[in-house]
Write a protein that binds this ligand. Structure first.
Ligand SMILES: Nc1ncnc2c1ncn2[C@@H]1O[C@H](COP(=O)(O)OP(=O)(O)OP(=O)(O)O)[C@@H](O)[C@H]1O
Ligand SMILES: [Mg+2]
Length: 316
C-alpha cells in the first residue's frame, strides 16, 4: 500500500529519492494578451493532468480527453519527449515508464497545450528524479523545446508573467521571466472555436517589418497592460490594443477577429489568445460576457496562481 503522504516536490527539501509514481497538474496559458507579443503570459484554471509510473524498459501511453484521437502513443509523444529531456538534463536513468494523460486543454487553439505538455513532462522528470523543481531551470529547458518562452513561463510560474530571452550571460542563456500577481478577482472568459490553427501557420502571416508608429504604440500599450493587469483593471480595454500581430492573422481566423471586434465594441477587453483562434476576454468579476457563437465552447476561468505542480508518491 502506498503512503497517504504525497509531497509537492516544489517544496521538497532533501531531494534525491526516486519515486513510485508522479502526478503533475499544469495550467493552460494565454500568450501575448494583445500588445505583449511573445512576452506576456497568463496562467488559467484549465488543467492537464499527468500520472507517470516508472517501470519496464519502454513507454506505454494512455490519453483521455483533448487530442486523444490525434497524439502518438510512443517516444514521439510531446510529454514523453519532455520527460526524457528532463531526465537527461538531471542525469537520471529511468528506462521505462507508463504515462497517463488526462487532457483538458484544447490543442491548436491558442491556449498553450504544447507548453503544458512540455512543462508537465519536464516537471514529471523532477518528480521521477526525486528532486525539488527548480523553476528557473525548468523554464530554460522548456523554452529550448518550445522555441519561445511566453506560454511556458506562465505554465511554470502561474499568475501573469513577462518573459524574455537572455543571451548575455552564457551560463544563464535562454528563457527568463518575472511573475507578477494579477489584481484581485481578475479572470478570463475563453471562447474556443471548433477549428484548429497551428502556431506556425498563424506566425507565417506576420509581416517582417512594421511601421515605427505601430511599434511605438505597442510598446506604450504593453507597459500600460502591466499596470492594468496588476492594479488598474479599469484600463484593460485600452491597454489590450495591439497593432503588431492580431489583425494580420485575420485570413487564418476571420470569425475570431470578428468576435474580438464585436466584444471590444461592447467594452470588453477581448484579444486573440496566443496564436489563436481562441478569443479571450480579460476582466474583473463584474464583466458580463455574451453567450458564444454556435459551435464555440465557452470556459469561464480564474487566473491560476501557482503554475505547474508535482506530487511524488512514495511506497509506504
Ligand atoms: N497534451 C499533449 N500531449 C501530446 N502532444 C501535445 C499535447 N498538447 C499539445 N501537443 C502537441 O502540440 C500541438 C499543438 O501545438 P500548437 O503550439 O500548435 O498549439 P497550442 O499549443 O495549443 O496553442 P498556442 O501555442 O497558440 O498557445 C498538438 O497538435 C500536439 O502535436
Ligand atoms: Mg503551442
Amino acid at each position: 500500500m502506498r503512503s497517504p503522504a504525497s509531497r509537492d516536490s516544489s517544496d521538497m527539501g532533501e531531494g534525491g529519492r526516486p519515486c513510485d509514481q508522479v502526478r503533475v497538474r499544469v495550467p493552460a496559458t494565454s500568450a501575448n494578451l494583445g500588445p505583449g507579443f511573445d512576452a506576456f503570459g497568463l496562467a488559467l484554471s484549465l488543467y492537464d493532468e499527468l500520472v507517470v509510473t516508472p517501470g519496464g524498459s519502454g513507454v506505454t501511453v494512455h490519453v483521455t480527453g483533448e487530442g486523444a484521437d490525434d497524439v502518438p502513443r510512443d517516444e514521439s509523444h510531446l510529454v514523453v519527449r519532455s520527460i526524457r529531456a528532463g531526465l537527461d538534463a538531471l542525469g537520471v536513468q529511468v528506462p521505462g515508464f507508463t504515462l497517463r494523460c488526462e487532457n483538458r486543454i484544447p490543442h491548436g487553439r491558442g491556449l498553450g497545450s504544447s507548453s503544458a505538455a512540455i512543462v508537465g513532462g519536464l516537471a514529471a522528470a523532477y518528480g521521477l528524479a526525486g528532486e525539488p523543481v527548480d523553476r528557473e531551470r525548468l523554464l530554460r529547458l522548456a523554452n529550448e523545446i518550445e522555441g519561445h518562452p511566453d506560454n511556458v513561463a506562465a505554465a511554470v510560474y502561474g499568475g501573469f508573467t513577462v518573459a524574455w530571452l537572455d543571451g548575455t550571460v552564457s551560463d544563464q542563456a535562454g528563457g527568463r521571466a518575472v511573475r507578477l500577481d494579477p489584481s484581485d478577482g481578475l479572470g478570463a472568459v475563453a471562447y474556443v472555436p471548433a477549428n484548429r490553427v497551428l502556431t506556425k501557420e498563424a506566425r507565417g502571416l506576420l509581416p517582417s517589418a512594421v511601421p515605427h508608429g505601430d511599434a511605438a504604440a505597442n510598446a506604450g500599450k504593453a507597459a500600460l497592460l502591466v499596470v492594468a493587469l496588476t492594479q488598474r483593471p479599469d484600463l484593460l480595454l485600452t491597454a489590450t490594443e495591439d497593432r503588431l500581430h492580431q489583425e494580420f492573422r485575420e485570413p487564418a481566423m476571420p470569425e475570431s477577429l470578428a468576435l474580438v471586434h464585436k466584444l471590444r465594441g461592447s467594452g470588453l477587453a477581448a484579444i486573440i489568445s496566443g496564436a489563436g483562434p481562441t478569443v479571450l476576454v480579460v476582466g474583473g468579476p463584474e464583466r458580463t460576457c455574451p453567450v458564444p457563437p454556435d459551435g464555440w465552447e465557452r470556459h469561464d476561468l480564474r487566473v491560476d496562481p501557482v503554475g505547474v505542480q508535482v506530487w511524488s508518491m512514495e511506497a509506504g
